[in-house]
Design a protein around this ligand. Structure first.
Ligand code: HEC
Length: 142
């Protein structure tokens, strides 16, 4: 390689290197945007989406979650909708929960009227499924 060739190589590659140096942050930005977007799309959406994706779940969100957020009970600590509590209190299935949803129990009033035709059964089924899954879809961090 002669001297003139090396100098040509240098001078022609310099601007290109400078240009790509100047725009590295743009590429980073694009990558970050792509990464963010794909995370957003593929991220499991446990809380709201899972609840609202079924009718029972959205009934629960509207009429029960105020007191039973994540299957708990903000008023009576021992009367949660967790499997252990339900079984301890003799509620061994979706029908028992539906009956309480419609007719109430103790301090809790009945919600039969607002839940509508078949609503108590839907919400009872949904609560029972959540209890079996330990309310995992509602509270991934709990
Ligand atoms: C205003 C607050 C409130 C709302 C809203 C509410 N609950 Fe309750 N729930 C309670 C209280 C308080 C208890 C405990 C009642 C008692 O035994 O005295 C309870 C108990 C229960 C139990 C029995 C739990 C156990 O471990 O024994 C079930 C099942 C239940 N609720 C389901 C529902 C469903 C389904 C809805 C929605 C349709 C709902 N609740 C709405 C306050 C509420």
């Amino acid at each position: 390689m002669t001297n003139s060739q090396t100098s040509v190589l240098h001078t022609s590659s310099l601007p290109a290197a400078a240009a790509s140096d100047r725009f590295w942050w743009r590429r980073l930005l694009v990558w970050a945007a792509v990464l963010g977007l794909s995370l957003l799309i593929s991220w499991p959406r446990p809380a709201y989406a899972a609840a609202a994706s079924s009718l029972g779940g959205s009934l629960f969100e509207s009429h029960c979650a105020g007191c039973h957020v994540n299957g708990g009970n903000i008023l009576r600590r021992g009367k949660t909708l967790k499997l252990a509590a339900l079984e301890r209190n003799g509620l061994g299935g979706p029908e028992a929960i539906a009956a309480i949803a419609a007719g109430g129990i103790g301090q809790m009033g009945g919600y039969g009227a607002v839940l509508g035709e078949g609503g108590a059964e839907l919400v009872g089924d949904w609560v029972w499924q959540q209890a079996l899954r330990n309310w995992a879809a509602e509270s991934p961090n709990a």
